[in-house]
Design a protein around this ligand. Structure first.
Ligand SMILES: Nc1ncnc2c1ncn2[C@@H]1O[C@H](COP(=O)(O)OP(=O)(O)OP(=O)(O)O)[C@@H](O)[C@H]1O
Ligand SMILES: [Mg+2]
Length: 261
């Protein structure tokens, strides 16, 4: 059974047909990258997977069941975004994700539960390389570090699916290369399914096990809203990735050796 199964899906905003007739099966563990021209509906597509937007027509199944109408962490789908609170330090920002989930009304945990949350959050910060900045405040972080923090906030909820909407676009090339290594590493270690929008085709090919291109096949210059985008290419990038796997395996082994030494 596919993790996500989409059949004959349409999305319209009033007269504006954004997506038409999408069919797509996504398997657990895939890393799908999604490219396409501005305004073709990529973000809208992610929002439908999250449950923030509803399809106009068509079926949308998650693990064989219809999507609930509202976003739910229980479903294990999270949207990585900057939702960083400036008055909380790095560790508290990551803990907040756990606290909000476990204590919906107070958003706060006490005693042993709080200690446990702190431990989990710290492990997550270690995984994204931010442990030494745990007690810094968000304004003291660089762009790349803030991006790591928001990834930690998303992953601490232990999602099955991580949705990323152009996460690395604003970063310097060197830093985004580090983020690529990090996200591939986290994807592999946590058995995640990732769906990521990017405007950078190279990034799409480099990160994805599968590259999806969204585009309009029909255009009516008189009525630009009349036709929606479809998936025009669905490219398996599997082979390409072997070299990447090797690099990650090497780095995991190096880490293990370092830890043993
Ligand atoms: N809440 C909304 N109400 C009405 N129209 C919307 C809404 N959200 C998006 N749209 C329209 O849907 C279309 C697709 O928008 P979307 O943000 O999904 O595009 P995108 O592919 O993510 O673009 P970009 O690459 O620029 O981020 C656009 O025409 C946009 O104006
Ligand atoms: Mg967008």
């Amino acid at each position: 059974m596919s993790l996500i199964s989409i059949k004959n899906l349409w999305k319209e905003y009033g007269e504006n047909i954004v997506l038409e007739k999408l069919n797509l099966e996504i398997q657990e563990g895939e890393f799908c990258t999604l490219v396409g021209p501005s305004g073709c509906g990529k973000s809208t597509f992610l929002k439908m997977i999250l449950g923030q937007e509803t399809p106009t027509r068509g079926t949308f199944l998650f693990e064989g069941k219809p999507f609930p109408q509202e976003p739910s962490v229980e479903r294990g789908i999270v949207f990585q975004r900057y939702s960083v609170f400036s008055h909380l330090n790095v560790l508290e920002n990551v803990m907040l994700g756990i606290e909000l989930e476990k204590s919906k009304f107070l958003g706060k945990l006490f005693g042993a539960a709080r200690k446990e949350a702190q431990k989990t959050a710290m492990e997550m910060l270690e995984a994204v390389g931010l442990a030494s900045s745990a007690y810094k405040y968000p304004t003291e972080l660089s762009g790349g570090m803030q991006q790591r923090l928001s990834i930690a906030q998303s992953l601490v909820k232990k999602p099955k699916v991580l949705l990323l909407d152009e996460p690395f676009g604003a970063l310097d090339p060197g830093i985004s290369a580090d983020m690529h290594t990090l996200i591939l590493d986290l994807w592999k270690k946590n058995n995640l399914t990732v769906i990521m929008v990017t405007h950078d085709l190279h990034e799409g090919f480099y990160l994805g096990t599968r590259l999806l291109v969204f585009d309009k096949v029909r255009h009516d210059p008189q009525a630009p809203d009349r036709y929606g985008a479809k998936i025009t290419y669905d490219i398996p990038v599997g082979d390409n990735r072997k070299s990447v796997y090797k690099e990650i395996d090497k780095s995991i082994k190096r880490e293990e050796n370092d830890n043993e030494a």
